[in-house]
Design a protein around this ligand. Structure first.
Ligand SMILES: C[S@@+](CC[C@H](N)C(=O)[O-])C[C@H]1O[C@@H](n2cnc3c(N)ncnc32)[C@H](O)[C@@H]1O
Length: 217
């Protein structure tokens, strides 16, 4: 699997994003999208997808009957999402909004699930913590949060290898986009600190990809 840092380059050509992210994941990103939707799934309940990009996770949740709002700061990524057909039985709305705005967009205890894929690694730790704390208040009791993103492998040697392989890609991506991403660190601890219960995580894609979930008590 290539490094997901390249996704920053893909975001500058949104019409190529889906194909590119599939290549970066060795053709396995679809499994991740389906897994997120599976964890979040309860038909017809309201779901928020933070950093929805071209809408893959939003539409995977809608396929399971959810009423989903996808938010993203990138208007061109949203154009690609809006051009996709919405599956029958569910609904999907795409808004150009930042994670920092979810407090204004949704009332307290109004969402059944909050999901996010490959977007937290583009946010500062402060933005991530704000999103976690606000998501908690916007979820109904028992509502679920699912965060999926690049994370450093758990064990020492694989972590070192991951950092070494990532470094040249970070430099190349920065030269092209003047931005980069950072693998998630300490996410489950911060989810617990934000107030989530039953926090667990699973690894996918050879250990360098994390899906963390928790519930509002
Ligand atoms: C790598 S893409 C992932 C898109 C999609 N979730 C997926 O898994 O294919 C990351 C997306 O997060 C968006 N993003 C980054 N920071 C954000 C923020 N603070 N608020 C909302 N969206 C953000 C970017 O614009 C981009 O479309």
């Amino acid at each position: 699997m290539s490094s997901f840092v390249w996704m920053k380059v893909l975001e500058s050509t949104p019409e190529r994003y889906d194909r590119g992210i599939s290549m970066l994941s060795g053709g396995r990103i679809g499994e991740v999208y389906q897994r997120i939707a599976e964890i979040a799934a309860v038909p017809a309940r309201r779901v928020l997808d933070i950093g929805c990009g071209t809408g893959a996770v939003t539409l995977a949740c809608a396929t399971r009957g959810a009423v989903v709002t996808g938010i993203d700061i990138n208007a061109e990524m949203l154009d690609v999402a809006r051009a996709k057909p919405v599956p029958e039985g569910g609904s999907a709305v795409f808004l150009q909004r930042a994670a920092a705005e979810i407090e204004d967009l949704f009332g307290e205890a109004s969402l059944g699930a909050v999901v996010s894929c490959l977007a937290f690694s583009e946010m500062s730790v402060e933005e991530q913590d704000y999103a976690l704390e606000t998501a908690l208040t916007r979820l109904v009791p028992g509502g679920v949060i699912v965060i999926a993103d690049e994370a450093e492998p758990a064990t020492g040697f694989r972590r070192l290898l991951h950092r070494l392989r990532r470094l040249p890609v970070v430099v190349a991506t920065y030269l092209v986009t003047q931005t980069s991403t950072r693998p998630l660190a300490g996410l489950t601890g911060r989810m617990r600190a934000a107030g989530f219960a039953e926090v667990t995580q699973e690894r996918m894609l050879s250990g360098a990809f994390l899906i963390a979930r928790g519930r509002r008590p």
